[in-house]
Structure formats: structure tokens, C-alpha cells
Design a binder for this molecule. Structure first.
Ligand SMILES: [Fe+2]
Length: 309
């Protein structure tokens, strides 16, 4: 297996290894997993992807998420990201499916708004538009390591609230439905995710983050925005230009990503599988101290109201 560096200090293309090798061979999995822990974004080109193969590859890394209500693929292990309607035609630019793509174009990390956040997402290109539609990545690990030691310590002891309805509300009021709101109450996570394999910390941020626990609303929002701006500053990203047969996987603990726009009349179909984080991935260290009180049945702390953004 060859490891070809791609981005500014993170990201690598793997050559000489295929999805099926990782499924079938423990050594191949261990080798890919080790690069994943260090590089955060992995690209495999020229793969012959089927849903079954993508899922078998994904399962190597942990338990697959079941797709939430309101997303295409709900109840399965696949998220279908597309603007192609049931009649085979591209839906109009103001369709909910197109608006959801706009929300995907905000910097985020997948599933931080869920009760169990995601270790990794695996995305395969099935139909690619002729122009645009790239996926852009930044390393929140590198961003964290650039901060001064005092701020690092502060963030390691800070907790942010994440809410799916918040990121959707930035695009259109009501884009998150009542059903989604009810199924996805706000979640609170430590603002730094320390990788248990190599000990390196990363900012845990997303467009879903809207408040910092025990911090005045506007100050919390400002802190989240400033950290996001630092992490996504020009020159910090790797832009993945999709080709047929590409599979990209990324570490949601140590990156943020965003979709890039493409002409809304051009079809695009991507299939995502998402693997939940487990204790071995450092999940327990991410829960706020008051979580233990929750577990003991003392009642869940109220999520702060959304600040004036
Ligand atoms: Fe995403």
C-alpha cells in the first residue's frame, strides 16, 4: 500500500489497496486504520463500488448508523445524497432536496447532533456533475494545535451544544421538520476530541454548534464562529474533485467538511455510510461531566435557547 499525501498537513490517497482487501484481510484493515488515525481523510480511487461492498468496508471501522428520519435512505445504513427525484429528473432549484444540499455546503462534521456522534463517514461517487460538486476538508486537529496553550486548555474544558435544527435554520426557517426536531434533541460535547491512539486533540465544531455551556449566548456564538473561521482559513483545506469510482472516508473527530455548489440542473448522486464512534474512539471523554448525573436519572439539563445569531 502506498500513501500519497494530498492536503496541507493531512489527507492521503491510498494506492495498492481496494475496498474488498480491507473487507477480507485483517492486515489490510489494520494498515488502512493506522493511516486513517494519522491522516484523517483517505481517498481510494478507481473502486468498483456497490452498496454491499461499501457497507462491508464501512463495518470494519465500527457499527453503522441507521439513517435518520427525514433523510433519503431512512431506516437503512445508507444516506442517499441526490437531487434526482423519483421520476429520474433533477428536482427544481427551490426543492427541499436542493435546500438540504445548501445546508451541506456549510462547514460541518457529520452527526455531532446525534446521541452517538460519528467516527467516520464513507462517501462514494455514483453520478458526478460536470462542474463543481467537490467536497472540501479542513483538519480541526491542525487548527487546534495552532492555538495558544491557554486557549487549548480552556477549550478542553468547554462543552458546546449541537442542534440539527440550528444548521438547517441558517438556510431556511423550517427546513428541519417537526419530526426531525423531535427525534434529534440538542446534544452537548466537549469542544476538543482527543484521539486515544495518538493523543492528539482536535476542535470538535460544526455548523450544528450553537452555544457553549455556561457561557453567555452571544459570547458562545462568537467563540464558535471565531474558531470555525480559524480552522477554515484560506490555504488550510483539501478540495476533493470527484471522479467516477472515488471513495473518500474522513474522521469526523478531527475534520470539518463542506460540499461545494454545482449547477442545480446537473444530476449528482452520492452514497454515504456513517460509522458511530465507540468508547475505543474516545467517545466517553467527549461527554460533559453532567452526563453522569443524567445517567443516574437526575434529569437532563436543559439545552440553552438559541442565541441571537
Ligand atoms: Fe457531511
Amino acid at each position: 500500500m502506498d500513501v500519497i499525501p494530498l492536503g496541507p498537513g493531512f489527507g492521503a490517497e491510498l494506492r495498492g489497496v481496494a475496498l474488498a482487501d480491507v473487507v477480507a484481510d485483517d492486515d489490510a484493515y489494520a494498515a488502512v486504520r493506522a493511516v486513517f488515525e494519522e491522516q484523517s481523510v483517505l481517498v481510494l480511487r478507481g473502486q468498483e463500488v456497490t452498496d454491499a461492498l461499501q457497507l462491508a468496508f464501512s463495518r470494519r471501522f465500527g457499527p453503522p448508523e441507521v439513517t435518520k428520519v427525514g433523510s433519503q435512505g431512512t431506516g437503512t445504513h445508507f444516506v442517499i445524497l441526490t437531487t434526482i427525484g423519483p421520476d429520474g429528473k433533477v428536482v427544481p432549484a427551490d426543492h427541499r432536496m436542493q435546500l438540504r444540499n445548501k445546508a451541506n455546503q456549510l462547514w460541518h462534521t457529520d452527526s455531532s447532533f446525534k446521541r452517538v456522534p460519528a467516527l467516520t463517514s464513507i462517501l462514494s461517487a455514483r453520478i458526478i456533475p460536470e462542474h463543481g460538486g467537490e467536497t472540501e476538508y479542513v483538519s480541526t486537529r491542525i487548527a487546534f494545535e495552532r492555538l495558544d496553550a491557554k486557549l487549548q486548555r480552556q477549550l478542553e474544558n468547554s462543552f458546546a451544544w449541537h442542534d440539527y435544527a440550528h444548521s438547517r435554520g441558517k438556510i431556511a426557517p423550517g427546513l428541519a421538520t417537526e419530526e426531525e426536531r423531535a427525534a434529534l434533541p440538542a446534544q452537548c460535547w466537549r469542544m476538543v476530541w482527543r484521539n486515544p491512539k495518538n493523543g492528539r486533540g482536535a476542535l470538535y465544531l460544526a455548523s450544528h454548534a450553537y452555544a457553549v455551556e455556561a457561557m453567555e449566548a452571544s459570547a458562545g456564538t462568537r467563540l464558535i464562529e471565531e474558531l470555525s473561521e480559524t480552522a477554515t482559513a484560506p490555504g488550510c483545506s483539501y478540495l476533493h474533485q470527484w471522479r467516477q469510482g472515488d471513495v473518500v472516508m474522513w474522521d469526523n473527530r478531527a475534520t470539518m467538511h463542506r460540499g461545494r455548489p454545482w449547477p442545480s440542473h446537473e444530476p449528482r448522486l452520492m452514497i454515504r455510510t456513517t460509522i458511530s464512534a465507540t468508547e475505543a474512539d474516545g467517545l466517553d471523554s467527549m461527554r460533559p461531566p453532567f452526563w453522569q448525573a443524567v445517567e443516574r436519572g437526575r434529569g437532563e439539563p436543559a439545552a440553552p435557547r438559541h442565541g441571537q445569531v
